[in-house]
Design a protein around this ligand. Sequence first.
Ligand SMILES: CC(C)(COP(=O)(O)OP(=O)(O)OC[C@H]1O[C@@H](n2cnc3c(N)ncnc32)[C@H](O)[C@@H]1OP(=O)(O)O)[C@@H](O)C(=O)NCCC(=O)NCCS
Length: 188
Amino acid sequence: MPIQTEVPTRPLPTTTHAARSSRASDARSSDQHSLVIRKPRPSEGAEMWTVARDGGELDLNSSYAYLMMARDFADTCRVAVCDNEIVGYVLGYTPPERPSNLFVWQVAVRDDQRGRGVAALMLDHLVTTGELDALEATVEETNAASRALFASIARKHQAELTWSEGIPEAHFPDGHAGEPQLRIEPLR
Ligand SMILES: CC(C)(COP(=O)(O)OP(=O)(O)OC[C@H]1O[C@@H](n2cnc3c(N)ncnc32)[C@H](O)[C@@H]1OP(=O)(O)O)[C@@H](O)C(=O)NCCC(=O)NCCS
């Protein structure tokens, strides 16, 4: 399966480029914008950091952290590219003790691109190309959008979504709210 999937922004297919090539031109003729979901390139950590910074909702890591993730963890990260701009990203890694799982550290979509399935497409791409057994993430109780996103992924893959304690508030040194952990499985 190709790692780069080119999909129109509306409607929101999740099939591969090869599978949907005959419908691509129709979609582009009604919407000149195209969306590409693919692994990040090493320098694109900078734009991922910019999306995180401008969104303002996430814990902003250092620019260095995004650059390292884009360089060394590209296989478990994704970017969404629209009109040559990065409009969304997923930071993910494989927990060493759970090699068939993917931990989603952050997912973010630029404000003007939200609500059109971009985050779901990035996560779907990771699930379908990664041969994963389970998806993990932590999500604060107040983050309704993120919870809805992961619930949607679980439904789509007919998998169960379960919660555990994750990172409790007491472990944070700075008053950060607790981060309950979700798990979506089985994915295959
Ligand atoms: C969370 C976020 C990534 C969602 O991105 P998005 O591209 O708008 O999400 P999608 O369009 O792919 O939506 C996926 C599902 O989530 C639902 N959803 C998305 N945003 C929602 C919201 N604000 N309220 C309720 N449901 C929402 C959609 O309805 C869809 O569900 P469906 O398939 O049942 O229709 C985006 O809102 C964001 O960047 N938020 C700030 C960063 C953040 O909080 N990240 C998550 C924690 S790491």
